[in-house]
Design a protein around this ligand. Structure first.
Ligand SMILES: NC(=O)c1ccc[n+]([C@@H]2O[C@H](COP(=O)([O-])OP(=O)(O)OC[C@H]3O[C@@H](n4cnc5c(N)ncnc54)[C@H](OP(=O)(O)O)[C@@H]3O)[C@@H](O)[C@H]2O)c1
Length: 251
């Protein structure tokens, strides 16, 4: 815990954070880490039963000493109406947003460019790139000076892996978007953090490379710890790109 921070009064206490793709993996780990900081949470994803289960888990973990408010609201980030509906709920429940974690994302089976079906290409771009744009645009209307945006990209945002053209393209695009957003929001006092994790042990690998060596990967909780540490920096400092990798090197 950084100096000057106390467990009873964590500095993020009472802040309102939205995590997209919070139903499992890195998004869920970030949601848990923000709950431990006593943030109020809006958790989204498409899997409604997972959202209900996680809402109950986090509410009961915090029941007692520090009450946090948790809104679970299904949202498909590819769908502008679904994103509008989410933000209607956020305005109604909180009318502000201090932290946005744009994390929802998908991969695709490892295939060379000439074998990727167009619907697969489209789904990846719509989720990882268009979805980030839609959520960001809606969020900016309720974010103020002092807020932080974390965009979960990947090390695929600045290097390429063969067989992953749609994923690489979506993440390279999302990095360009993130870098532009950072400059546009700098004068408004909103920090933008590009998160570039290496291999992390989540369900995404079932699509990408089912037999990948999981034991060499980071845990989602480790990535979440790095994200919360970055958010906890004082407002006059930021981590612009948070590249976090397994110390054993590439898989
Ligand atoms: N795992 C890694 O090695 C790694 C490395 C670098 C970056 N990343 C990035 O980390 C992010 C999270 O991935 P993960 O590894 O944690 O994978 P994961 O366990 O498969 O989680 C993906 C999350 O995204 C949500 N999601 C997918 N499509 C969505 C949509 N259309 N609308 C709303 N939510 C959607 C899923 O929820 P629902 O299914 O409930 O919708 C789920 O909560 C992704 O952006 C991924 O590219 C992962």
């Amino acid at each position: 815990m950084p100096p000057g921070h106390s467990a009873r009064h964590p500095p993020l206490r009472g802040r309102v954070a939205l995590v997209t793709g919070a139903t499992r993996g890195i998004g869920l780990a970030i949601a848990r880490a923000l709950a431990a900081q006593h943030c109020n949470l809006i958790l989204t994803g498409r899997d409604q039963s997972a959202l209900r289960r996680i809402g109950r888990e986090l509410a009961s973990a915090k029941a007692g000493a520090a009450k946090i408010r948790i809104l679970t609201h299904p949202c498909d980030v590819r769908d502008p109406d679904s994103v509008d509906d989410l933000f209607r709920s956020i305005r109604h429940e909180f009318n502000r947003l201090d932290i946005l974690v744009s994390n929802a994302g998908i991969a695709h089976p490892n295939l060379p460019v000439d074998k990727i079906p167009f619907p697969v290409w489209k789904a990846v771009i719509e989720t990882n790139l268009n979805g980030m744009f839609l959520v960001t645009q809606a969020a900016l209307a309720v974010m103020r000076r002092g807020a932080t945006i974390v965009n979960n990209l990947s090390i695929s945002a600045n290097r390429v892996f063969t067989g992953c053209a749609a994923y690489n393209a979506s993440k390279h695009g999302a990095l360009g978007f993130t870098n532009t957003l950072r400059e546009e929001l700098r004068p408004k006092g909103i920090r933008v953090i590009g998160l570039l994790p290496g291999a992390t042990d989540t369900a995404i690998w079932n699509t990408l490379w089912p037999r990948a060596p999981r034991r060499k990967m980071m845990s989602p909780a480790t990535v979440a710890q790095a994200v919360v540490n970055a958010i906890l920096l004082p407002p006059n400092a930021t981590v612009e790109n948070l590249e976090i990798l397994p110390s054993s090197g590439p898989l």
